[in-house]
Design a protein around this ligand. Sequence first.
Ligand SMILES: C=C(O[C@H]1C=CC=C(C(=O)O)[C@@H]1O)C(=O)O
Length: 469
Amino acid sequence: MQVLPRPTNISLDYKELYQFLLACQQKSLLKNKRQFISIPIAIEQVDPLIIFENLAKQEQLNFYFENKGKQEAIAAIDAVAQLQIEGKNRFSKVQNFIKTCTEDIIIFDKLNKFTTEPRFFCSFSFFDTTEADYPFAAATVFLPCWQIVRDSDRTILIANIAIDPNTNLPALIPQLKSDISKIVTIEQQTNKYSFSHNLHTKDIADTKKLQQTILAALTSIRAGQLNKIVLAQALNVWSAKDFSLYNSLDNLRQNHPNCYIFSISNSKGQNFIGASPERLISISDRKLEIDALAGSAPRGKTAIADKQLANQLLNSDKEKREHKVVIDFITQHLNQLGIKPQILAPRLRQLANIQHLWTPIEAKIPHNVHPLEIVAQLHPTPAVAGETRDIACQQIRHYENFERGLYAAPIGWIDTQNNSEFIVGIRSALIDRNRAILYAGAGIVAGSDPAKELAEIQLKLQALLKALT
Ligand SMILES: C=C(O[C@H]1C=CC=C(C(=O)O)[C@@H]1O)C(=O)O
């Protein structure tokens, strides 16, 4: 059980807000267009996951993001505006949607006290389109009704509301007041339900077949058809009881404090969750940060064994090649956007169960480059597809007998100032009541040992499985 200080009163002048909304309604009348009013409120430090658990409903679009190590957590609940699309131009269509909505956002923040802007939350699938029965669209973006952003020293709640000439403002204010009061008085303690269940598992791509696939991929690599391919496995899991989204996310953040914990709902009862160590992009005041992450080893059981594994990883030709392909690809694709990246010294990224070769990449981005143009250029990197990209993607389609869907695809947010963060949705699970499909993969290059790659995938899947208990 976790207990946090109970939030107290918040300072929002509802009379002033009412006058402001009246002026916004006038604007909406003149423009003949609905306007979005964004109302930021500083509240006491809360655990956004507890708010998420209490407020988020299955029939809404919801989003949760947390990096415990960085003391950052975001909950986005329900949508005031949304778009779900398929197809090749999905990144530019989402960009246009954000642009159009942003033109209609009016922020109620007269003193400019809050630097937390309203954010648009996005998820994309690995490929441009998804199979007809896959429960998420190839691109989803929404402006939430409620956004809660917590960092190390403050929590900002944002209420986004739509106003048009017909909105009943005298009725809206008491409703808003009651909703805000409900949120800030949510009991900041939670009892984890005891949730012992017998999990049944079945590999969708059975392990033997995956081993054969890896061998076939190695033959293609030797024949010079491609340099690298990332092959994934899907594991079907089911239990007698429904999985608890809250428990799973809480387990993931406790077990993987250095990863990005995420959850996206599709408003139809399915959730896509995971713990990813891989940040695709992060942009703050035009400073771009990217993690090139590829090449792995398990963690050792003792400090000596761990150091040995780390040294082997740092010095392995095969792992270094697998890693370099990712750095070269990112550099080349940033150059195509006129971005000159700075490649920092390679290092280790040590997680609870696994360690990776990691090279941070930084750059200053020009004013005219939108975060989604960078995402569109980079996705999928050779850390999740391969090299060359088109051939690797064709072979992934050919070899993998399951829909990747949101696995290994960009998930994140963009604010109205083009600050942004997208992670890569690896080590993830699609949860549908008492059923789940778990996904993890590994990069194959010349010299890969199929048994080791299979063990790496199992290690990643086991970490997810543990969180679902
Ligand atoms: C594709 C995955 O991991 C990638 C990210 C880091 C290291 C990887 C590797 O060493 O194989 C993979 O490229 C996954 O975990 O599903």
